[in-house]
Design a binder for this molecule. Structure first.
Ligand code: PMP
Length: 326
C-alpha cells in the first residue's frame, strides 16, 4: 500500500507542464511549475509547514498554542492544513481587497479571520500587519508567523521547490520567472538554482503600485511608487527580509489589466485554471521575449488556483466594471 500518513505528506512534488499556445511567439521551451497540485491549492503549503516545524523545533510554538498571521489567503490555507493536523488554533488577519472566496475558505478550514482595511499605511494600527502583531501579543501562548521576514519561508523553497525544478529539467533550466510578494519563492528557488549554475537568470514579476522594481534598479525606497492596485499576491509597499535582491537579475512590471486578461487566457488557451498572479507571471515572461533564445529552458511558477478568483477576473461584470473588458 502507498499512502500519506496525513494530508501534509502530499505537499510538494508538483508537476512541470509545457505551455504551448500563449508562448508560441517565443523561441524557447516554456515550462510551468504547477503549484495548485498542493493540497491547499497553492505553493504556500510548502512554506507554511516549514515555518511551523521550524518554530516547533525552536520552542516558539508550543503544544496547544495559537498561530497568528497576516495573510492574503494562501499562506493562511497552508497554515490551516498544518494547524489542523498538529492541533493548533489559527488566527488569520486579511486585508479587505482579498476575494470573499479566500476568506470563506479560511473559515471553512477552521481558521478565525480578522478583516482589515487595505488602504492604510503599514504602520497604521488598523493595517493588517499591525493588527496581526497586536493579536499575537494579546493572545496567550501565541506565535506570530511573519512570513515576510521569517527565513523559513525562503528555506522551504531552497529545500523543496528549487531542487524539484532542477531535477525535473535535468539541470537544463536557463531562466526562472516568478511573481514576488514576500519574496520567499524567488529567493529560495533562485538561491538553489544559482548555486547549481550561476548562469541561470532569475526574473521577478512585480506590479504597478509596488516598490520592488525601482528599489532593485536604484537602491531607493521610493514612496511615490506606492498606490493601490488590483493584482493579488504580488508586489509590496514594504521591503520584506525574504526578498534577496542580490540573487534577482531583474524585475518586470505587469499592469492590473494585463494580469487579469492573461489569467483568463491561461484558462481558455492552455486549460490552466489559475490565480491572478499566474496571469501576471506569464505576461511578465512574454514581456521578456528579447532575453530568450532557442535553446533556453524557461520555467515560470504558477502560485495558486483559479477557484479563488471566480467572482473577480473570471467574472465578466467585474472585468467590465474595472474597465478590463470592452
Ligand atoms: N501569488 C500568490 C497568489 C500569492 O499568494 C503569493 C504570496 N503572497 C505570491 C504570488 C508571491 O509569492 P512569494 O510570497 O513567495 O513571493
Amino acid at each position: 500500500m502507498r499512502y500519506a500518513e496525513n494530508i501534509l505528506g502530499t505537499i510538494g512534488n508538483t508537476p512541470l507542464v509545457k505551455l504551448n499556445k500563449l508562448t508560441s511567439d517565443l523561441p524557447c521551451l516554456v515550462l510551468a511549475k504547477y503549484e495548485t497540485f498542493n493540497p491547499g491549492n497553492s505553493v504556500k503549503d510548502r512554506m507554511a509547514l516549514q515555518m511551523i516545524e521550524d518554530a516547533e523545533a525552536a520552542g516558539l510554538l508550543k503544544p496547544g498554542g495559537t498561530i497568528v498571521e497576516a495573510t492574503s489567503g494562501n499562506t493562511g490555507m497552508g497554515l490551516a492544513l498544518a494547524a489542523t493536523i498538529k492541533g493548533y488554533r489559527l488566527i488569520c488577519v486579511i486585508s479587505d481587497k482579498q476575494s470573499v472566496e479566500k476568506i470563506d475558505i479560511l473559515k471553512a478550514m477552521g481558521s478565525e479571520v480578522h478583516v482589515c482595511p487595505t488602504n492604510v499605511e503599514p504602520s497604521d494600527p488598523r493595517s493588517y500587519y499591525a493588527t496581526a502583531k497586536r493579536l499575537a501579543k494579546e493572545t496567550p501562548n501565541a506565535w506570530y508567523v511573519n512570513q515576510y521576514d521569517n527565513p523559513s519561508n525562503t528555506k522551504a523553497h531552497y529545500l523543496s521547490t528549487g531542487p524539484e525544478i532542477w531535477e525535473q529539467t535535468d539541470g537544463k533550466i536557463t531562466h526562472f520567472v516568478v511573481g514576488v510578494g514576500t519574496g520567499g519563492t524567488i529567493s529560495g528557488v533562485g538561491k538553489f538554482l544559482k548555486e547549481k549554475n550561476p548562469d541561470i537568470k532569475v526574473w521577478g514579476v512585480d506590479t504597478y503600485g509596488s516598490v520592488f522594481k525601482k528599489y532593485h534598479e536604484t537602491g531607493v525606497f521610493d514612496e511615490n511608487e506606492i498606490y493601490p492596485y488590483i493584482t493579488e499576491g504580488i508586489g509590496e509597499d514594504i521591503l520584506p527580509e525574504n526578498v534577496d535582491f542580490d540573487i534577482i537579475d531583474g524585475f518586470v512590471k505587469v499592469t492590473d489589466k494585463d494580469a487579469a486578461i492573461y489569467t483568463r487566457r491561461l484558462a481558455r488557451e492552455e486549460a490552466m485554471f489559475l490565480g491572478n498572479s499566474a496571469g501576471a507571471a506569464i505576461k511578465g515572461l512574454l514581456q521578456l521575449k528579447e532575453h530568450f533564445t532557442k535553446d533556453d529552458v524557461v520555467v515560470v511558477l504558477f502560485h495558486d488556483h483559479g477557484s479563488r478568483y471566480v467572482g473577480k477576473m473570471f467574472n465578466d461584470d467585474w472585468m467590465r466594471e474595472k474597465g478590463f473588458l470592452d
